[in-house]
Design a binder for this molecule. Structure first.
Ligand code: SF4
Length: 267
């Protein structure tokens, strides 16, 4: 609604991605040129194409179907950075006498932390207007810094934890307005297993999961294994490894099976 593509995918740069743990004795890393998260096909397809206009937002708001009490259906802002323009969206709805029921947000942990003060102002307005705000999907992806780096997520485990602590505070402060837990319907990103898992990464993740009780509200019922689509930067990484090592990862439709080399399972 507010934006096309993802701001994290706006700039292309050269990064270094580690070899899979199973091949780490042969080579340490691969350098590739990429924008956004290395597993993301949105980053590869769209990059970042900028904000939509207020007119475009207004038209979309008007077209949303209504549920009971003439309120609009819940809808989701999927642009990873919805906070800066959320207040103006609520103002547009107010000025048109459009009654909103619930807004779901897909957002990055670092943008959430950076926009925290602004977000609190939005929540006050949402509370007054009886609008629910659900942080429905934050792509934490991992709680180990080396895996986050290989995913080119652009955040650290510390930022992820900061975001979680802030959400817990907000839930207490804005009861009946702000929601973020698995029980509320949120499905936050946690990618596991990955090709880079080892005893150290597992220990790092387990420590933070236990220390901050992440299983109680944040972690999904099951993790999502790393999926490498052919168009993503990680597909380029996989193909370069194949050439360097004269091996072949398995292929599964539109994805590359990093867990199987020359027909043998490596994890
Ligand atoms: S995974 Fe999310 S944050 Fe990362 S590039 Fe894709 S859309 Fe942006």
């Amino acid at each position: 609604m507010q934006q096309i593509g993802c701001p994290h995918a706006s700039v292309s740069r050269q990064i270094s991605i580690g070899y899979p743990e199973a091949l780490s004795e042969k080579q340490s890393s691969i350098k590739i040129e990429q924008k956004g998260c290395s597993f993301c096909d949105v980053a590869a397809d769209k990059g970042y194409m900028g904000n939509t206009t207020d007119n475009a937002i207004t038209e979309q708001l008007k077209l949303l179907p209504e549920i009971k009490n003439s309120k609009k259906i819940p809808f989701e802002l999927i642009n990873e950075n919805p906070v800066p323009k959320l207040e103006s969206l609520l103002k547009i709805a107010d000025s048109l006498k459009i009654r909103l029921s619930q807004i779901n947000l897909t957002l990055r942990a670092d943008y959430f932390v950076a926009g925290f003060d602004k977000f609190r102002i939005v929540l006050k307005k949402a509370q007054n207007n009886k609008i629910k705000i659900l942080a429905s999907s934050i792509g934490f992806e991992s709680f180990d810094d080396s895996i986050l780096k290989n995913l080119n997520k652009g955040v650290t485990a510390e930022t992820n934890i900061k975001a979680i602590r802030k959400m817990r505070t907000l839930e207490y402060e804005f009861q009946n307005t702000f929601f973020y837990t698995r029980k509320d319907g949120a499905n936050h990103g946690f990618i596991h297993p990955t090709p880079w898992d080892n005893a150290e990464t597992t220990q790092n993740i387990n420590i933070l999961v236990a220390r901050y009780s992440l299983a109680k509200d944040i972690l999904p019922n099951h993790s999502t294994p790393l999926i490498i689509h052919h168009a993503s930067a990680l597909a380029e990484w996989a193909r370069q490894i194949e050439i360097e090592q004269d091996i072949r990862f398995s292929r599964h439709g539109s994805t590359i099976g990093w867990w199987q080399i020359d027909g043998k399972i490596i994890i």
